[in-house]
Design a protein around this ligand. Structure first.
Ligand code: HEC
Length: 219
């Protein structure tokens, strides 16, 4: 990173962005930024960036605004679905290939319905279920969603549809069961439809585990 501390003035800097998780997300980020800050957006490049992370390039005047301030504002913006963005500071991870069965599953995925059924989680021993779910999570989900559920998985940084921050579901009640089961079963965009790969009970174990994931920022 070039230091800007010595001469104030107009600079152009890059920000790696996490949280571009839906087609509407890039637009929402850009319009919110322009509303909140005196910056000029040079580009938001989603694909084929050097590091694999989406890159936002901004021009701004260091006399009136700092990089820290911009990062803070980016962290406060939400996309239309209520998911947050963040400037990426974490490690750059090497690409790990998807398994054959995952690629086939993604290929089979067509349009998915908007509506999802209300469902009841049939598993009563939640703690034992979450333990089984943790193993399934490490084997199947971490490569995209990351160990903390933050979406920093090794294969994910080329995606424009960001693997969601699964800790957002921490401690949510039964009302989210239908959505989670539906999403895990059917998948969407780069999320494989696990209904083709995992049993129903395994999917419920995963849901019980996901609900125990804590926001890594809280620790
Ligand atoms: C190949 C990468 C990949 C793998 C592996 C993967 N996911 Fe995902 N996941 C995604 C992406 C990408 C999204 C966002 C999809 C979208 O919004 O279109 C997502 C979204 C989700 C969502 C929706 C969350 C929300 O906030 O709406 C859940 C739940 C989820 N994944 C659970 C899992 C579980 C459980 C596993 C392991 C069994 C798993 N994922 C494995 C890529 C992956």
């Amino acid at each position: 990173m070039v230091s800007q501390a010595v001469f104030a003035g107009t600079v152009e800097e890059e920000f790696k962005i996490e949280g571009l998780i839906s087609p509407a997300s890039p637009k929402a980020l850009q319009s919110a930024l322009l509303k909140k800050l005196a910056v000029k957006i040079i580009e938001l490049r989603l694909k084929k960036t050097k590091t694999g992370w989406p890159v936002l390039r901004l021009q701004f005047d260091t006399e009136t605004i700092s990089r820290e301030k911009i990062e803070k504002v980016i962290g406060e913006i939400e996309d239309p679905a209520g998911h947050k963005y963040k400037v990426h500071h974490g490690p750059l991870l090497a690409n790990a290939p998807l398994l054959d069965e995952e690629q086939q599953a993604i290929a089979i995925l067509g349009d998915t319905p908007e509506a999802f059924p209300i469902m009841k989680n049939p598993i009563t021993d939640k703690a034992a279920s979450a333990n089984r779910g943790e193993k399934l999570f490490v084997n199947n989900c971490v490569k995209c969603h990351g160990f903390t559920g933050n979406g920093y998985g090794t294969v994910a940084h080329g995606f424009t549809t960001w693997p969601r921050q699964l800790w957002a579901w921490n401690n949510t009640g039964e009302e989210t069961d239908g959505y989670l089961f539906w999403f895990i079963t059917n998948g969407r965009s780069d999320m494989p439809p696990w209904g083709l790969i995992l049993s129903e009970n395994e999917r419920w174990d995963l849901i019980n585990y996901i609900k125990t994931l804590k926001n890594p920022g809280d620790e």
